[in-house]
Structures are given as C-alpha cells and as structure tokens.
Design a binder for this molecule. Sequence first.
Ligand code: EPZ
Length: 433
Amino acid sequence: MDKFIIKGGRRLTGNVVISGAKNAAVAILPAVILSDEPCVIENVPNISDVNICLKILREMGATVENLGKDVYRIDPTGIDKVCVPYETARKMRASYYFLGALLGKFNKARVSMPGGCPLGDRPIDQHLKAFSILGAEYTLSQGMIDLKADKLRGNQIFFDVVTVGATMNAMLAAVKAEGLTVIENAAKEPHIVDLANFLNSMGANIMGAGTDVIKIRGVKHLHGTNYSVIPDQIEAGTFMIAAAATKGDIIVENIIPKHLESITKKLEKIGVNIEQYDDSMRVWVDGPLVKANVKTTPHPGFPTDMQPQIATLLILAEGTSIVTEGVWEQRFRYVDELRRMGADITVNGKVALIEGTGKLMGAPVKACDLRAGAALIIAGLAANGITEIEDIFHIERGYDCMEGKLRALGADIEKISVPDNKTAETDNSRAAV
Ligand code: EPZ
C-alpha cells in the first residue's frame, strides 16, 4: 500500500504541464474499437484508469504499442472478444464505454456492471435506454450486461437527466447506425466535444457536440486517425487551487483556458489572481482569500469534479461559504477527513457550510475517492505539520504523477510504500469511482 507524506507550509512556485484529460481518454481509447484501421492517440495521461483501458483492449485482441511517453498506436483489427469481465470492469467506472463501442462495431457486447458507488447512486438506466432506442436488446444477469442488435438504426434519444456517460455511449453506439440519430438534453462537457472530434477524425458525421442537441448521421466505415487528447481541465483546476491554497505563484501550461472559465471566475471571486495566455495561465495569491458560494452543475457550470478541492480552499478563506453539490447524491464523504485536519464544516444533505478558519493542521487521513484525494493533498500542502494520506490508489486513477509535479513546484511530498497486511480487503475496496 502506498501513502503520500506531505510536510505542509511551502509555497508552490514554478511551472506545471497538464496531462491529457482522463475523462476524454477513457472514452477515446474504447472508441478505437470502432475503427477499421490502427489509430495513434497522443497526450494520453499515465494514470491507472488508462492502463486498465489499454489492458482491456489487449485482452480483447487489439495490438497496443507505446510509441513514446504519452503516445499509443492501437490496432483494433485483431479484436475477437466482445467481453469485459468483472475483474477488470469493477476497477474502472468508465468500463461502460466498452458497451457503446462494442455494440457500435459488432452489434453485441458483454460487459460487467461497473463497480463501486462512492458518490451515491450511480444508475446506468439512461445508457441502456439509449441502446434500446437504437435497436439493441439488453439483459442483466450475474452482474453482466449483455447487449445485442440485429441492426442499429438512428433514432431520437431524449435523456431524462444530463449525463456525460450516457451521452458518450449513445454517440459510440450511433456512429455507425443506419440513418440519423438525434440526442437531446445532451451533456456539453469538453470531453463530449473531444470524443466527437476524435470520431469525426475517423470519418464519422457528428454535429452539435458541445450543445444540448447532437446529431449523428451513421457511416459504414471508420478509418484510422492520429489524434491528441485535450488537456485535463480538472487536473489544471486542481493545480490552480493548490497554488492558491499555498499562497503560491505558478504557471499552468498545456491548457485550454475556455474549458476553465467557471473555475477561473470563482477563484477570482475568492481573491486569486489569474492571468490568461493562449494555452497557459499564471495563478498567484498576494492578498487575503474571501468566502464564496459554489454550486456544482453540468458544464458550463462549476464542475462537480472540482467541488472537494474548492471546498478545501474555502476553509482557508475569510468568512462562511456555502458549497452545494448539484450533480451527485453523496460527494461530501471527504469532509470527515478534513475535520481531522481542523476544518469546521457542517454538511446537511447536498449542502456544506464551511467556516473559514484560515488554517489546517497535518493529520493522518484517507482518500475515499479520486477528487477527495486531491482535496486532501491540497489540505496537506497548506497545513501546518505533516499529513499522511492513505489509499492513494484513488488519486493515481486520475492524476498523472501528481507528487512529481508538486515536488517540481517546491512541495515537500513523497510517496512511500508500507507493507499491506490486508491485501484481500484493500483489493476489494479498489472498485471504481
Ligand atoms: C462522469 O461520470 C465523470 N466520469 C465523473 O468524473 C463526473 O463526476 C461526472 O461525469 C459528472 O461530470 C467519467 O467521465 C469517467 P453522469 P458519469 O452520467 O458519466 C445521473 C471524476 O472524479 N445518471 O454525467 O458516470 C447520475 O446518477 C469522475 O473524474 C442517471 O440518473 O456521470 C448523476 O446524478 C467522478 N442515470 C448524473 O446523472 C444514468 O444512466 C450525472 O452523471 C446516468 C447518470
């Protein structure tokens, strides 16, 4: 079991380069299945969710070659299995993208129900609804989802909730379906646009991604492509907040500032200085931080995946802040850990009241999910004393070499390995988030 040990109190200064977006990469890699030729994907983040995706592709019969640090050549022509078993699917929520990609290519798929629910109820009813509307039948048995269709036909899909995963899965399944598919009430996140751009670069005909109506005219064949994944807006936002929490001064490189608008605006309100350039941003603090109210909503609103990080920053600000979670049922499980570090936070359902005490103290804490882990790192960097963070496998699912990047900015953070006496228990807890 690995842990992070952080000695808090150091200002972050210098430059950090943001990696490719996790939530785009975990959809684009399965989408390669739809191609009739090899694809080269660049700016692929080195995170465990991506490694699981690549493992699944290899196990299905694809040839995966690493051409350099973050570049992969994937040849899907050898794929001869359409199954993602429980053992791999449970480790990564996004394994559900194999459903859409396999269905779109082979008219059938067999994928284990994705595991783990640390953010509350995480149904996939909208994914299944979209597949049905396109002509697939599904059965659920023994924890496996089986999909099959004689033929997929374009149709009108209206989502009952704005959902990133189901929007992407509908795109994957519809891209080669006969005729026109119209997705209404679609999600608009940058990774939706990235998946559409990737599929279009293979010859797909997708219009409107980034708006709430996406139109897809099915094509017969998709060809190989060379594509670079967009930068990770959440990794960028996390480093921006880490800089602010330590009253630092950093340049965040390899970003698309437009994707960070809601984060930038909120941080400016809190008292963080931000100067934007074409593909980078300077972030620094030279005065007091002040309270703010934050409500998470689907894009272009403030992202839920930044909620634990901004809540942590608000502990260090003057005044009482209110943070409201508007996407997930339970995204305040990390608050107990922050309380161990001296935070004064009251949670009532989806609303947290944060008293800005202005300080945190180091403590042993545990990451309960990916972004909760990122919040604990920020807290540890700003705290007096030493913070030990356990269960950092959650963090490594979505942050590419976080401790290395932080060390380069001057943080005192190290990763240590400690003997794991509870292998079975720990392994069971490694379900997806
Ligand atoms: C994606 O999850 C991200 N994961 C999450 O990031 C992110 O928090 C979330 O989108 C919202 O932005 C990946 O991209 C792999 P949703 P997803 O479908 O697609 C409800 C992180 O930290 N819903 O947009 O699973 C659902 O319960 C992770 O990087 C249904 O009711 O989220 C939720 O309340 C965590 N039925 C809301 O919609 C469905 O069939 C939004 O979920 C699907 C979703």
